[in-house]
Design a protein around this ligand. Structure first.
Ligand code: THU
Length: 142
């Protein structure tokens, strides 16, 4: 599936979720949107903590929402993020962190990852490309 309209709809969903980002410490706001193979969409934003380590990335919020509602079969996850507008001149693509890559890999080696900068600027990869030789469920479950 590399349907541009579908990818753009998902980027729009991730961008809307990004508006809810709680990032007072980093000022780096991130939104994610996950679509299941059955077509359900779950979104997430990053949620920070004053003690830092409890901070949860947007992608994991979306995954945890989906799994906690009975969904484990994922087709695609979109991530869009960067410094809050006006806070920094830095811009560009923000791919999933290592912990999120591990968590995505948990649910399938072929999940598509869309790393977006805008509706028209995005990269398409699958998790196996972004997490090569990953440690996965097969290692423990056989
Ligand atoms: N962040 C995400 O939400 N997703 C990622 O994959 C990378 C990092 C968040 C965590 C933290 O709130 C902020 O971005 C800066 O690290």
């Amino acid at each position: 599936m590399e349907d541009k309209a579908k990818i753009q709809e998902m980027i729009a969903a991730a961008s809307r979720a990004r508006e809810f980002s709680y990032a007072p410490y980093s000022n780096f706001t991130v939104g994610a949107a996950l679509i299941t193979k059955s077509g359900k969409v779950f979104t997430g934003c990053n949620v920070e903590s004053v003690s830092y380590s409890p901070t949860t990335c947007a992608e994991r919020v979306a995954i945890l929402k989906a799994v906690s509602e009975g969904e484990r079969s994922f087709e695609m996850i979109v991530v869009i993020g960067g410094p809050r507008v006006g806070e920094s001149k830095a811009k560009g693509y923000s791919g999933p962190c290592g912990v999120c890559r591990q968590m995505i890999y948990e649910f399938g080696k072929d999940i598509q990852i869309i790393i977006a900068n805008s509706l028209d600027e995005y990269y398409v990869h699958d998790i196996s490309e972004l997490f090569p030789l990953g440690f996965g469920p097969d290692h423990l479950l056989g």
